[in-house]
Design a protein around this ligand. Sequence first.
Ligand SMILES: Cc1cc2nc3c(=O)[nH]c(=O)nc-3n(C[C@H](O)[C@H](O)[C@H](O)COP(=O)(O)OP(=O)(O)OC[C@H]3O[C@@H](n4cnc5c(N)ncnc54)[C@H](O)[C@@H]3O)c2cc1C
Ligand code: SF4
Length: 333
Amino acid sequence: MHTFEFIRPPDSAAAVTAAAQAKTAQQGADVRFVAGGTTLLDLMKLNVETPERVIDINRLPFDKIETMPDGGLRIGATVRNSDLARHPAVQRDYAVLSQAILNGASAQLRNMATTAGNLLQRTRCMYFRDTAMPCNKREPGTGCPAITGSNRSLAVLGTSEHCIATNPSDMGVAMAALEATIHVQGPRGIRMVPMGDFHLLPGSTPERETVLEPGDLITHVTLPPPIAGSKQVYLKLRDRASYEFALSSAAIVITIRGGKVTRARVALGGVGTKPWRSPEAESALVGKPANAANFRRAAEAAMRDAKPQSENRFKIELAKRCLTHALQMASMS
Ligand SMILES: Cc1cc2nc3c(=O)[nH]c(=O)nc-3n(C[C@H](O)[C@H](O)[C@H](O)COP(=O)(O)OP(=O)(O)OC[C@H]3O[C@@H](n4cnc5c(N)ncnc54)[C@H](O)[C@@H]3O)c2cc1C
Ligand code: SF4
């Protein structure tokens, strides 16, 4: 049985110092923070994660949601997903975030899951979760059996010959459309990472999923001030109505004036190797009349570079319909 040391640091500086001793903050890390534990403990039970030290961050003062002087929102790293989704400011000004969270997991899981933990959840690729199988993400250089094997739920955007795993987060897709910023306290100080730069494409190093380095602790996430008059929708398509990951999802933050789209932020879930912002869809929308034909054109643009595998070609059309329908829902809301 895997044994590990459990640490409760008194403050964030002590947490960072303890974690900075790790060789990596990526797959195989020998030191891990634990928040809600709904990803980490799962993977430890499967022996996919085998940290020697687990640092409990639940007592650190990161459980607040606060409006900032500029009107934006500051969300603590350990704010539970349920509390975030039900917060009045989120429901009023960032509805896409509330909808995305409530479309994920189950009520029990959302009561435990945290803001930072959700952003760092791991892929559901079955080979990654099975230590009897090779997997480049879990054990670099062993191969990717998903490419010729079971890949129905895996990605069609941002893939590489080394890994085609989907990023499974719903919340992350909304955060991408809302242009969130991730705040990190590390051994060399504090830094801010735009959501679009936080997750990495698999390339030839799929074991490396984010820009985090040993010791890096997410302290909070900020959202820019709300966009007046914006319409927001999160639409998630999946095999069953609840407790299931997305086959395709779309997060929309759109402003329409005089029948034309004046501003658009679009992100896709279930189809990308990271929460997938689509500048292609956004530029296809802005300045155009808000109608079904233009929404479909934007969806075509979003999926232009999609690369299907043996079992997931259907996702390309599914994602186009998902995005088109989400845009229609937003324009009519
Ligand atoms: C059955 C099931 C169904 C699910 N369905 C969905 C779904 O439909 N949609 C969806 O989006 N998600 C789904 N999830 C995933 C769930 O949302 C995540 O497990 C959860 O958000 C992770 O948060 P946590 O706080 O429990 O993370 P933890 O398990 O505590 O941590 C996850 C990772 O983040 C790291 N970490 C945590 N906090 C910090 C921090 N502050 N700084 C640096 N590193 C940190 C940990 O070291 C660990 O590597 C599902 C999970 C399960 C088990
Ligand atoms: S898709 Fe990625 S996670 Fe899945 S088997 Fe291939 S390398 Fe591993």
